[in-house]
Design a protein. Structure first.
Length: 248
């Protein structure tokens, strides 16, 4: 690990950290030396994950956090953080004509409004504490669309644009705001789908002809979170095996 990505002495908060990418991001930041707070609605799950990090020699703790609840955000953000990984989100899949309005609004409330609320709370603390880095977890679906994910794609596209707007406003406070936009990354949740014929057909459309691994996101995450990316703000870093530049 280079000195630029050493996070020793930094405090980091990762939302949606009870499993999947959020948990992985917390583990990566802890391995880089950060004191990591894993946040999710299920306190028992994030505290168990934090204990595993502590047992491995890292510094971590869990906190209950619902990104759609203002009081929950305020309680979790009582102390300032140097790094925020805004990862909490829901998928909301379904045909647009049949998608209930409340289901659409749930996705926007969690993936966009919730991300803004947590980022705003974090930025206030960072501004008073000398600055920091916010990494919003977006998606290639914020740059290009697919079927049956209208709400998710709309929320992630808005999150990419929100990232730029916040970066512009908060740069003078020393707060960097960037987005990490993963392509299709294999996780325990989607592994069964990608083993099907339809899943394999999707993989064949990726120029590298493979799914991303969670470890493929480690370097990009550390770049955006650490001093190695000190002159980067308002950027959406796409990590997708070339999927966005595939032919139409």
């Amino acid at each position: 690990m280079s000195a630029g990505t050493d996070l020793s002495g930094r405090r980091a908060l990762v939302t949606g950290a009870s499993g999947g990418l959020g948990l992985h991001f917390a583990q990566v930041l802890a391995a880089a030396g950060a004191d990591v707070t894993l946040a999710a609605r299920r306190f028992d799950k994030v505290e168990a994950a934090a204990k595993a990090i502590r047992d491995g020699g890292g510094s971590a703790q869990g906190v209950a956090l619902d990104v759609t609840d203002a009081a929950s955000i305020e309680a979790a953000m009582a102390e300032p953080f140097d790094i925020l990984v805004n990862n909490a989100g829901i998928s909301g899949t379904g045909a647009a004509m049949d998608l209930p309005l409340d289901a659409f609004e749930d996705v926007i409330r969690t993936n966009l409004t919730g991300a803004f609320a947590v980022a705003r709370a974090a930025a206030r603390g960072m501004a008073d504490d000398g600055g920091g880095s916010i990494v919003n977890i977006a998606s290639i679906l914020g740059h290009r669309v697919a079927g049956h994910v209208a709400a998710y794609a709309a929320a992630k596209a808005a999150l990419v644009q929100l990232t730029k707007a916040l970066a512009l406003e908060w740069a003078r406070h020393g707060v960097r705001v960037n987005a990490l936009s993963p392509g299709y990354v294999e996780t325990p949740i989607n592994a069964e789908f990608f083993a099907t014929e339809a899943g394999q057909a999707l993989v064949r459309r990726i120029p590298q002809r493979r799914l991303g691994r969670m470890s493929d996101l480690d370097g990009p995450l550390l770049l955006l979170a650490s001093d190695a990316g000190a002159y980067m703000t308002g950027h959406s870093l796409v990590v997708d095996g070339g999927h966005l530049c595939s032919s139409l």
